[in-house]
Ligand binder design. Structure first.
Ligand code: FMN
Length: 192
């Protein structure tokens, strides 16, 4: 297996960066996601697939409400990556310093983004212990808010301050170790 070629090939894909938001009663929260894939090419049945870590607070709110919103960040909104992606809403109220509206799903809609989609969960795929859960959802509302370019994963090394970049790499490395442990667990099962 050639890791460099695989990384180069995956580097050809654009991972747009979103703030995934959800609310249940008075509780609201949001997290960064980039595992977002359109799950249809038929405009009449818009669907989306989102990979969400099983331990995030946002996922807990999605489970309770069965709804969420995907706010597509613009390139100038890179400071929100640390705000929504480096710590959990269990430690801090991420909306205490941000004004936002609630969409038709009740999920927070952030201002200044490229646009947003609001979604209702159709089904959840469980990729096994330790792995992300994949939410297949119907898109029930959506709007383009600005004509800017979306922020993508490959923009972050040039945009984030060095200390934020180091934090992000540390968090992703931790995530990779967890997933590696899972893959090894699975391959033991397959060869048993
Ligand atoms: C660049 C970047 C991409 C991320 N992509 C995802 C993702 O696709 N899915 C996910 O569950 N978490 C992703 N995360 C991690 C979450 O945003 C992070 O765990 C967050 O703190 C969870 O917040 P919460 O507990 O308040 O919901 C990403 C983080 C960063 C910095």
């Amino acid at each position: 297996m050639d890791d460099d070629h695989i990384a180069a090939m995956l580097g050809k894909l654009n991972f747009e960066i979103f703030v995934l938001t959800a609310a249940h009663q008075e509780r609201r929260n949001g997290q960064i996601v980039c595992w977002v894939v359109p799950a249809t090419i038929i405009p009449q049945v818009p669907r989306i697939l989102v990979g969400v870590g099983r331990l995030t607070l946002t996922r807990e709110l999605i489970e309770r409400s069965q709804k969420f919103a995907l706010n597509l960040l613009g390139k100038d909104q890179w400071p929100l990556v640390a705000h929504f992606g480096f710590r959990s809403g269990r430690e801090t109220d991420k909306f205490s310093t941000l004004s936002c509206e609630r969409g038709v799903t009740g999920s927070p809609i952030l201002p200044g983004t490229v646009g947003y989609l609001e979604c209702r969960v159709r089904t959840v795929f469980d990729a096994g212990p330790g792995a992300h859960l994949f939410y297949l959802a119907d898109v029930v509302e959506g709007k383009i808010l600005a004509d800017g370019s979306p922020l993508c994963l490959h923009h972050l090394p040039e945009l984030l301050p060095p200390e934020d970049l180091a934090t992000m790499r540390r968090l992703l490395e931790h995530d990779a170790q967890c997933n590696l442990a899972l893959f090894q667990g699975n391959s033991h099962q397959q060869h048993a």
